[in-house]
Design a protein around this ligand. Structure first.
Ligand code: ADP
Ligand code: MG
Length: 228
């Protein structure tokens, strides 16, 4: 199986302080990798490293057939404020800016991308609504549609289900499963939701100081998780 990302002996941190030390794992093409760990263990730090927002202190991250700017990213706490005065369409369209830099207008190709992403997430009917008027679950779909405009290969979601109720959460996982299995998009998802990881994740990375687990979700849930 082809590796999209190879992380080897990676150390990440801030101002000389190590947060993650000597971490190695791979992300396979069409994988669904769940990243778990306690608050403050360095999950978001790892995501920042993969996106190139912080530089490794040691070790390396190798990308095969993938550019960092072609990763679709849904941050932990949305940078798009709940009250941001923009329409759903404007927010989704802005996801296409990754590939062209700063333009003040959009071409047809970009508009088509945004339309397709809205249809894929089944929120085309919300196109002209204000982002501020949406429910949490709808907002999350808009942000996924936006991220889809930037990628056809890899989506990274940082704790996407945090503020969702059980039903919205279930729907979110169905969407992600479909994107992974039908559209063959690889997914990295930071989550606390082990029950659902077990159902949709393929591999799991658990971060705990320098005590890492990387392997199948199945093995983690059956063997490792119960021993801790
Ligand atoms: N920009 C930053 N500068 C310095 N320390 C940071 C910064 N961002 C996060 N940290 C620290 O790094 C550690 C890991 O944070 P984070 O990666 O956000 O954890 P998690 O996402 O697992 O909750 C925490 O101790 C946090 O305070
Ligand atoms: Mg985090």
């Amino acid at each position: 199986m082809k590796k999209l990302i190879e992380v080897s002996n990676l150390t990440l941190g801030y101002e000389g302080r190590k947060i993650i030390d000597k971490l190695s794992f791979d992300l396979y093409e069409n994988d669904f990798l769940c990243v778990v760990g306690e608050n403050g263990s360095g999950k978001s730090t790892l995501i920042k490293g993969i996106l190139g927002l912080i530089k490794p202190m040691n070790g390396k991250i190798q990308y095969n057939d993938l550019k960092q700017k072609n990763i679709g990213y849904i941050p932990q706490e949305t940078t798009v404020s709940k009250h941001f005065p923009a329409s759903v369409y404007e927010i989704v369209l802005s996801g296409t800016l990754n590939s062209v830099g700063l333009l003040s207008f959009y071409n047809n190709e970009q508009k088509e991308k945004a339309d397709n992403a809205l249809k894929k997430l089944k929120i085309y009917n919300l196109k002209d609504k204000s982002f501020a008027d949406l429910s949490g679950g709808q907002r999350q779909k808009v942000l996924i549609a936006r991220a889809l405009c930037a990628t056809s290969k890899l989506l990274i979601l940082d704790e996407p289900s945090n503020n969702l109720d059980y039903n919205s959460r279930k729907k979110l996982y169905e969407i992600l499963k479909e994107l992974n299995e039908i559209d063959c998009i690889s997914i990295i998802m930071v989550t606390h939701d082990l029950d659902h990881s077990n159902l949709i994740g393929k591999h799991l990375l658990s971060i705990k100081e320098d005590d890492f687990y990387y392997g199948t979700v199945e093995n983690y849930v059956k063997v490792i998780h119960h021993d801790r």
